[in-house]
Design a protein. Structure first.
Length: 275
């Protein structure tokens, strides 16, 4: 029988996940559909039960449900458990298993550019996204991971957990030249917000600057980093790779990520450049 998958969130109308997964199903001859479902926070438990009753094979979870879904799942993999957040569920019979592919998705997107894991990494921000990325970087073998955050206490807590180094934003600004890879995970720069999380005056030419935001494709952080002659990576790669890892869990097939990055970039009105 035809399988079906979904993404649940609030809001959900602008999600690009249905387009991405439907395209991959078609490219790989998988007989399945993928639909967006608007679920309000108060309806989450009922929605999960309904999805299972109706025979969903798996689904993605986006804001604001990534943490709230935890108590309703039957099992969590190690990453989802460490992060206390789930973005992908596999349903097998009545059993639902939660995964979190965001951090690994980011790291895979980072490796679309030549990357040296001995380089020092700076993560700006210490929220949920930073958390997933910090753990994934450590799993991938990066030695030095510093975490700079507006609220130093949160940077300290995350650094303690992951074996990294906490910094204030001012300290990071000063020492920016020491880092070969700088990852921007705060919401600063999203949509019409023109701000930078910190001054990039001291960034070293040739270092990698990555942002997890993809609306806009070029955030003020990436624009400034490009002016300073850095190699820049926008959030499209993280979006595509977190989806590709989910797709493989559901179907056993590795989809074409390079082509999808081009498709998503052009859907977002940009010209795809892979350096
Ligand atoms: P997410 O799960 O998307 O990472 P979050 O947990 O709300 O979201 O975290 C948002 C991050 O952006 C935090 O690191 C936050 O800093 P604080 O811990 O000090 O709140 C950071 N952030 C948000 N607005 C910011 C701003 N104007 N300047 C600097 N950092 C900001």
């Amino acid at each position: 029988m035809k399988k079906w998958y979904a993404v649940i969130g609030d809001p959900i109308a602008h999600s690009l996940s249905p387009y991405m997964h439907e395209t991959w199903f078609a490219e790989n001859g998988v007989d399945a559909s993928y639909i967006p479902i608007h679920v309000k926070p108060a309806d989450l438990e009922k929605a999960l039960s309904a999805l299972k009753t109706l025979g969903v094979s798996g689904f993605n979870i986006t804001l604001p449900h990534k943490e709230a879904i935890l108590p309703f799942l039957d099992r969590l993999d190690e990453t989802a458990s460490i992060m206390s957040a789930v973005n992908t569920v596999v349903v097998d019979g009545n059993q639902s298993s939660g995964y979190n592919t965001d951090g690994d998705g980011f790291v895979e997107s980072l490796f679309t550019t030549p990357v040296d894991i001995s380089k020092k990494v700076l993560i700006i921000g210490a929220g949920g996204a930073a958390r997933g990325i910090a753990f994934a970087l450590k799993r991938a073998g990066f030695g030095t991971v510093a975490i700079a955050n507006r609220t130093l206490q949160r940077a300290k807590e995350l650094a303690d957990e992951v074996g990294g180094f906490p910094m204030t934003l001012a300290e990071a600004e000063n020492d920016l030249g020491e880092f070969g890879i700088i990852i921007q995970t705060t919401s600063v720069g999203l949509s019409e917000n023109k701000a930078l999380p910190m001054s990039l005056e001291n960034i070293k030419a040739g270092s990698i600057a990555a942002d997890i935001i993809y609306t806009p494709l070029e955030t003020p952080f990436l624009k400034k980093a490009k002016e300073q002659k850095c190699i820049t990576i926008n959030g499209v790669g993280m979006f595509v790779y977190q989806g590709a890892i989910a797709f493989e869990k559901w179907t056993g097939v590795k989809p074409d990520t390079e082509k999808m990055m081009k498709l998503i970039t052009s859907k977002l009105g940009g010209h795809y450049v892979n350096k």
